[in-house]
Write a protein that binds this ligand. Structure first.
Ligand code: CA
Length: 218
């Protein structure tokens, strides 16, 4: 968590309760997903709220996410977008996204969401080739070694002033430990360093959840 705040269990519980406004569909999605073995792949409710605020700030009508899982992030953004908002959700898992579809339908946002199953890099390449940009907002939360590839493609799709948020950029603190040299940690550490000096964007690494890097295209 932050430099000035100790992340106690009580504080995290307070954050879940007070740090976001959740609809019934979001609560259902979050609580059912929390019982799954891969539950740690779900974003925290305050991250959903954070994405909603980003959607409002960017007046987002076109959103792309890489890594949808059981649908909480897309559900949050869809709820914050106007009725003509369009979301493209990329994921490799039919099993997880079948659950996502149920929550989206519950919330009445399923018509806004175009779910595409398959490898994210190829899907983004197709979007670029088909001229599916410009987009306003993107969220990257998938396999870490490919983050740089997702980032580069998303930058091509974003409009100037559009924003990309990248999840897990603090990786439970491992990025700050030079002894952690596994592929995932190394990929995230390198990308943080790259974005910090990337003249194509303005950036901030926010201590929301497991660390969310924000980059706004110049
Ligand atoms: Ca994540």
């Amino acid at each position: 968590m932050g430099r000035f705040v100790k992340a106690t269990d009580a504080l995290m519980a307070y954050l879940t309760k007070t740090g976001a406004r959740e609809t019934a569909a979001q609560v259902k999605c979050r609580e059912e997903t929390a019982k799954m073995p891969m539950a740690m792949m779900q974003i925290a409710p305050e991250q959903g709220a954070f994405l909603q605020v980003l959607a409002k700030l960017t007046n987002a009508k076109k959103y792309v996410e890489i890594g949808t899982f059981t649908g909480y992030s897309a559900l949050s953004v869809a709820l914050a977008m106007p009725p003509d908002g369009k979301l493209v959700c990329l994921d490799v898992s039919k099993e997880f996204t079948d659950k996502a579809r149920l929550y989206w339908k519950d919330a009445g946002v399923d018509k806004k969401i175009d779910l595409r199953l398959g490898p994210g890099l190829e899907a983004l390449d197709r979007m670029i080739a088909n001229g599916e940009g410009p987009i306003d907002l993107a969220f990257i939360d998938a396999d870490k070694p490919n983050y740089d590839g997702y980032y580069e493609r998303v930058l091509k799709l974003l409009r100037p002033g559009g924003c990309v948020a990248l999840d897990n950029m603090l990786w439970s603190g491992a990025v700050a430990d030079p002894k952690e040299t596994d592929e995932q940690t190394s990929a995230l550490r390198a990308l943080n360093a790259k974005i910090q000096t990337d003249g194509r964007v303005d950036m901030a690494l926010a201590t929301v959840g497991d660390g969310v890097m924000l980059a706004v295209k110049r």
